[in-house]
Write a protein that binds this ligand. Structure first.
Ligand code: GLA
Length: 346
């Protein structure tokens, strides 16, 4: 029997800063208590054999297989990457145990890739540090799976610690772990609508941002000046995407300062503004999610917003400690397709 090596990674919720991570901006994700664990046994042949608590049948693939839209794609891509960076010399048998719902905007795919890479690093006894590992995990998404995502999810699930938010500058990869406030919590509620980053809508937004980048001759939409974008002779769609990015980046910075100062009312207000910007400028929300966010605030949240890639998934709401039970009861009575996922706090 070959030895077994393990790797784990949490899910993440992004508190604020959406679609800024491939536009030179800041994000503020936090680790969830839900997550996944991977047990890895290196193999001498090139098979990637995966079992998971989420799927009845095992998936038997080969390291040379292309991504085919299957649940085991992240595993095949991660094993390929582990070979490319010298952590493995062949395939692997993997057993995955996950409590992160897929298609929810909580980074199930990034967590799976990072956990496999961490298990491979344990097998190698040495290897890339956690930042390099996050960058390798992004390569798997970008080049193997074909999702043109940024670096937020991989950095968050590779490095974030429970009870803190990660203030990450996605341009430099500098980050700061900031304590979450004591008397508030960030509550994650699923809208009941699932989506996949591979379904084309994420890529469409990325292409619209790329059009704005070409127009302004920069990679960093988030760092553009608002007046410049407003005055530019640019089509309405790329203009609105750019306006979202630069205002969202500014909101992350304000939210971070407010959180450090314990001013959660301002954090809540910024979350509400962020949702409005995602809805109106980036057009990544859905009417059901707008309704859920509206009710979350009506029933007492300081602020609420869609979180993650968009077009489905979860909302995150900032609530005073002790209010969750009654708030959830009212929220889920009005939105029966919703469900509580997790809460993060100090
Ligand atoms: C997904 C991507 C991230 C990021 C968010 C939107 O989670 O994986 O890189 O772009 O969407 O903020």
């Amino acid at each position: 029997m070959p030895d077994t090596f393990t790797g784990s990674a949490p899910g993440r919720v992004n508190l604020i800063g959406e679609h800024t991570d491939y536009n030179g901006g800041m994000v503020l994700p936090a680790a969830l208590s839900i997550g996944l664990e991977v047990a890895l046994m290196p193999r001498k042949d090139s098979a990637v054999a995966v079992t998971s608590n989420g799927y009845d049948a095992p998936s038997i693939r080969d390291i040379d297989d292309d991504a085919v839209g299957e649940w085991s794609d992240p595993c095949v891509g991660a094993i390929r990457e582990a070979n490319a960076v010298g952590m493995l010399g062949g395939g692997a048998t993997l057993d995955v145990h996950s409590t992160i719902p897929e298609g929810s905007g909580l980074s199930s795919s990034a967590a799976l890739i990072v956990a496999v890479l961490k298990a491979a690093r344990a097998a190698a006894g040495d290897g890339p540090n956690d930042i390099e590992l996050a960058v390798a995990a992004r390569r798997v998404e970008n080049h193997y799976i074909g999702v043109p995502c940024g670096i937020m999810d991989q950095m968050a699930v590779a490095l974030a610690t429970p009870g803190t938010a990660m203030a990450l500058d996605t341009k430099t990869l500098d980050y700061d772990l900031v304590a979450l406030p004591e008397s508030y919590e960030m509550v994650v509620v699923h809208s009941g609508l699932t989506r996949k980053l591979t379904d084309g809508r994420y890529s469409a937004r990325k292409e619209e941002c790329d059009a704005a980048k070409r127009f302004f001759g920069t990679d960093d939409l988030c760092l553009l000046d608002r007046a410049t974008v407003e005055a530019a002779d640019l089509d309405s769609i790329p203009r609105r995407r750019a306006l979202h990015c630069l205002t969202e980046h500014a909101r992350v910075k304000f939210a971070l300062a407010a959180m450090k100062a314990g001013d959660m009312h301002s954090v809540g207000a910024l979350m509400n503004e962020s949702h409005a910007s995602m809805r109106d400028l980036f057009e990544m929300s859905l009417p059901e999610i707008d309704g859920l966010v509206e009710s979350a605030v009506e029933f007492g949240a300081l602020g609420a917003r869609l979180t993650g890639g968009g077009f489905g998934g979860c909302i995150v709401a900032c609530l005073e400690q002790g209010r969750r039970a009654s708030w959830l009861e009212r929220l889920l009575a009005k939105h029966p397709q919703g469900r509580f996922i997790d809460a993060v706090g100090a």
